[in-house]
Design a protein around this ligand. Structure first.
Ligand code: DHB
Ligand code: FE
Length: 282
């Protein structure tokens, strides 16, 4: 059976793509952000996962406001990264793990998650940037299964529902008839708000509590309603739902997690950025 070896989390601000493109990693503005990644790259180099299951949100590239699934799972051979129209550099396409996609899709439907399945799917910065940050040399040595969570258009799924989604994905991975090693990834957050009266809003106290809860009390954030989470983390800070799903998958894998590395930095663009690596003790 497949093995779920751990979970990774990272913010996904589009400006990161520009910084990589220009080679700005060592400039004073960018260095604190990029310095968080070598320990994660080292962990990936040692543990060598074959597949990454990516919890992320689409920002209007593959799904627009006229058709917005609450949860969507990719089942494609290939996921092409496309510029959303902001001049963001496009990154290399991701290779799909179709067999695991259908394993996850079938298990989710069996567990009464009414998902959308996507045999054709473009991915935006939320899916492509984590791969580029984890494997800066490119030519990624992993395949992926994208699991998209609506954090863009109300009504958004509840935190408890996203945690349960992650748990079901973790169960599906554990039951996958494969010798492959799988890691789960959360893309997005932490606190940020791009528009309106609170544009630029950041909540360090909440973010640090949330990061701590992922280690020691993973259901902590499920006590909050979605409106409370928007209030605490900002309209785009609700991207933290992907982190809850990632942690839910690790819970399903069994007996606890060990923190390998983590970082929190304010700001990159409008965002309080976080990076985290949790190894599964199962
Ligand atoms: C920013 C952050 C995001 O998560 C995003 O999707 C777009 C922009 C930002 O802080 O600039
Ligand atoms: Fe985002």
């Amino acid at each position: 059976m497949a093995q779920l070896i751990g979970g990774l989390g990272t913010s996904h601000i589009p400006a990161i793509g520009g910084a990589i493109h220009r080679g700005d990693q060592q400039t004073p503005y960018w260095k604190p952000f990029f310095d968080a990644f070598p320990p994660i790259q080292q962990w990936l180099g040692e543990k060598k996962p074959d597949v990454l299951v990516m919890f992320y949100n689409d920002h209007g590239l593959n799904f627009f406001l006229d058709k917005m699934p609450t949860f969507a799972v990719g089942a494609a051979e290939k996921y092409v990264n496309s510029d959303e129209g902001w001049g963001i550099p496009s990154l290399e396409a991701l290779r799909g793990e179709v067999d695991l996609s259908w394993q996850i899709i079938n298990h989710l439907v069996d567990k009464e998650f009414d998902i959308v399945t996507c045999q054709d799917m473009l991915v935006d910065h939320a899916c492509s940037l984590p791969l580029k940050l984890f494997y800066p040399e490119g030519n990624y040595p992993v395949t992926v299964v994208p699991v998209c969570i609506n954090t863009v258009l109300f009504p958004l799924p509840k935190a408890s529902r996203c945690y349960a989604l992650g748990k079901a994905v973790g169960e599906a991975i554990a039951k996958w008839d494969s010798t492959k090693k799988v890691a789960v990834v959360a893309s997005g957050g932490l606190s940020h708000q791009l528009e309106g009266e609170r544009a630029g809003f950041i909540n360090k106290r909440f973010d640090l509590q949330f990061l701590q809860s992922l280690e020691s009390n993973p259901e902590w954030a499920t006590q909050f309603s979605i409106h409370e989470l928007v209030e605490k983390a900002g309209t785009q800070g609700v991207e933290l739902l992907s982190w809850l799903a990632m942690r839910g998958a690790l819970t399903a894998a069994g007996s606890g997690v060990k923190k390998i590395s983590g970082d929190y930095h304010i700001p990159i663009s409008n965002t309080a950025t976080a990076v985290l690596a949790l190894e599964s003790l199962a």
